[in-house]
Design a protein around this ligand. Structure first.
Ligand code: PEP
Ligand code: MN
Length: 339
């Protein structure tokens, strides 16, 4: 439920309503717009009298929220959220490009990719140190060593860094080295991991599960925010369908659907969704055209010899060409990048 206060409601009226809610054992979440303050409440509402709330001074109306996710809900927080990641941010007005290898392989490899993606306009370096591979015999990642390389590459280039985490140990290590953690598609409903990510203090990129509906995905985001971490970014990375021509099916309609349902920033990953470097540029442009807040793109110095996801990785030239080609799409939609 949310309580919409009258335009320019006084601080005293807002506090009086908040106090009444808290006295009834519920949590208060304030969303202060330029004119209107929205008071969101979470918890067991059975003890609360909605009738009583309407008689408080400056209360305009009470709107029930039927969706099970509240803190991630746009009704709770009408302004779009901007999430700060290291020295950059993800949200309205700019296009954030996260780029880098699927997996961190060596220090030299990562350093040279970091420099190339930075030159081409990326502001966040991605690289997997813990790889949740389909086969147990595939390369599983360098773990903490890989995180150290991420930190070194971040310091050397000024890029912010993001790395996937797959366990509590990985979160504990990641907090020491990177600016943002990623919960991968395979862990989207690992509720214990989501709660730990919520307690980590780092911003979280939450990828959509392979077969997750948008509502399930938003409920997963709610798990993180409910732990006191509002810095959640959603990443559409394709879903399983009957189609086999691409690795997954990129559900771009998720972007406008999410805009209606949530205030959280939205990133699109054309690499894992298509599975082929050939389809990455057109889908990246389509993602910008439908107003995504950013892109996550796999880039490798030598895709043919990459230890994972080589076929969908762009080489340096293709990545630089793509970022050049994205510029007009950004200006059409009113976003800036490569400043
Ligand atoms: C990744 O980003 O490297 C990854 C494994 O992605 P996803 O979880 O979307 O498959
Ligand atoms: Mn990958």
């Amino acid at each position: 439920m949310i309580i919409v206060m009258k335009p320019h409601a006084s601080e005293k009226s807002i506090q009086a309503v908040a106090k009444y809610i808290e006295e009834n054992g519920l949590q208060v979440h304030l969303s202060q717009g330029e004119e209107v303050t929205i008071i969101g409440l979470v918890g067991d509402k059975s003890k609360l009298s909605t009738e009583t709330l309407t008689i408080f001074k400056d209360v305009d109306r009470i709107v029930p929220i039927t969706e099970s996710y509240k803190l991630a809900n746009r009704k709770f927080h009408s302004e779009p959220t901007t999430v700060k990641v290291g020295s950059t941010s993800i949200g309205p007005g700019n296009l954030t490009i996260m780029a880098g290898p699927c997996a961190v392989e060596t220090n030299d490899q990562l350093m040279c990719i970091a420099k190339a993606v930075k030159t081409a306009g990326a502001t966040i370096l991605r690289g997997g140190a813990y790889k949740p591979r389909t086969s147990p015999y595939s390369f599983q990642g360098l773990e903490e060593e890989g995180l150290k390389y991420m930190q070194e590459a971040g310091i050397a280039t000024g890029l912010a860094t993001i790395c996937e985490v797959v366990s509590s140990d990985a979160i504990e290590a990641a907090v020491k080295y990177v600016d943002m953690i990623q919960i991968g598609a395979r862990n989207m409903q690992n509720f214990i991991l989501l709660k730990e990510a919520g307690q980590s203090g780092l911003p979280v990129l939450l990828k959509r599960g392979l077969c997750a509906t948008i509502d399930e995905w938003l409920n997963a985001a709610e798990y993180i925010i409910a732990e006191g971490n509002p810095n959640v970014v959603l990443c559409e990375r394709g879903i399983r369908t009957f189609e086999t021509a691409t690795r997954n099916t990129l559900d771009l309609s998720a972007v406008p659907v999410l805009r209606q349902k949530t205030h959280l920033p939205i990133i699109v990953d054309p690499s894992h969704s298509t599975g082929s470097y050939k389809y990455v540029p057109p889908m990246a442009k389509a993602a910008v055209a439908c107003d995504a807040d950013g892109l996550m793109i796999e880039v490798h110095n030598d895709p043919a010899h990459a230890l994972s996801d080589g076929p969908q990785s762009l080489n340096f030239q293709k990545f630089a060409d793509l970022t050049d080609e994205l510029a007009p799409f950004c200006s059409l939609i009113g976003r800036t990048f490569k400043s």
